[in-house]
Design a protein around this ligand. Structure first.
Ligand code: NDP
Ligand code: BUO
Length: 317
């Protein structure tokens, strides 16, 4: 079985650089996808409470542990605290719900999904009559303090952040006792995040690249939107190397030192996305792909526009 290389986090924990994404993986498809992924060799699964499919992901994990394919300690399971659970007194219960869904006693990594909080004690996307999301002003620093307690209790091995901008990270680090191990952010050639990556790495925070294939199945995609995997320049590189465009996009992240979590529910794609460990992109190809950067954000989180902690408004980077 091919072993995926690992990164070492700032707390000493190792993590596989390649994992399986599960956003939009439908109930009815995701259990088989995760079982296939584990059979193929994936050991890192990226989940979130808000994806609404953790129970089905957990069923796959349980089957694969019970049939002897893997032990719990072979797996690296990430999940994320949703925006309606930022209030410190809600954090532990939110984690507990995720652990129950996944049928696990601990998580390897738990992230604050977004810096901005939503109104608590109701739906995951609370809104007024006009459909506008109802915000909460809970400070992500207070949420982080509650996340740190989960590490102290042994319920999570590592904690991290997702979608935080540089100013928010500076502020978090001023108050943190435990440093985040990773910032999970959108990252692909159209939004290569060079400045935020350098900034995080200078502070010992690894980048996890989400939507590495350009998230073609994102719900708000419009006909005519640019499709990363159809980019002729990327296709030409892939053809020259005898690889698929997806494999080049995944390898691009690994060769930058990032963790990468492509999503698929299609067994052949889950397998080919994993088959990226026997080649490396040349410095010339890396530089060429870097040059495709065009601020092409696919996950802008427009529902949170106007929130004082929205990470992509008024951010430097
Ligand atoms: N922290 C955060 O806020 C966010 C985290 N994420 C995480 O990152 C993961 C990945 O990002 P995501 O936005 O899902 O998008 P990806 O960039 O991973 O793209 C997924 C899409 O690409 C298709 N696909 C996968 N492999 C191939 C292939 N080899 N050839 C052609 N098409 C392929 C999938 O189809 P199919 O499944 O039908 O095979 C699916 O439509 C998420 O699933 C989630 O876990 C994502 C967004 C935000
Ligand atoms: C996909 C995801 O994690 C979002 C939109 O928060």
């Amino acid at each position: 079985m091919v072993k995926v290389p690992t990164v070492t986090f700032n707390n000493g924990q190792v993590y596989p650089v390649l994992g399986l994404g599960t956003w939009k993986s439908k109930v009815g498809e995701v259990t088989q996808a995760v079982k296939d992924a584990i059979d193929i060799g994936y050991r890192h699964i990226d989940c979130a409470f808000v994806y609404g499919n953790e129970k089905e992901v957990g069923e796959a994990i349980t089957v694969k542990i019970n049939d002897g394919t893997v032990k719990r300690e072979d797996l690296f399971i990430t999940s994320k605290l949703w925006n309606t659970f930022h209030r410190p007194d809600l954090v532990r219960g939110a984690l507990q719900a995720t652990l129950t869904n996944l049928n696990l006693k601990y998580l390897d990594l738990y992230l604050i999904h977004w810096p901005q909080a939503y109104k608590e004690d109701g739906p995951l996307f609370p809104s007024d009559e006009s459909g506008k999301i109802l915000f909460s002003d809970v400070d992500y620093v207070d949420t982080w303090k509650a996340m740190e307690k989960l590490v102290d209790e042994g319920l999570v091995k590592s904690i991290g952040i997702s979608n935080f901008n540089s100013k928010q990270i500076v502020r978090l680090l001023e108050h943190a006792t435990i440093k985040p191990v990773t910032n999970q952010i959108e990252c692909h050639p159209y939004l290569n995040q060079k400045r935020l990556k350098d900034f995080c790495e200078e502070r010992g925070i690894k980048i996890t690249a989400y939507s590495p294939l350009g998230s073609p199945d994102r719900p708000w995609s419009q006909p005519g939107d640019p499709q990363l995997m159809d980019d002729n320049k990327l296709k030409a590189i892939a053809e020259r190397l005898g690889k698929t465009t997806a494999q080049v996009l995944i390898r691009y992240q690994i060769d930058r030192g990032n963790i990468v979590i492509p999503k698929s529910v299609t067994k052949s794609r889950i397998a080919s996305n994993f088959d990226v460990l026997d080649f490396k992109l040349s410095q010339e190809d890396m530089a060429l792909i870097d040059s495709f950067d065009c601020n092409g954000r696919m996950v802008p989180m427009n529902a949170s526009l106007g929130h004082k902690y929205h990470p992509f408004e008024n951010e430097e980077f």
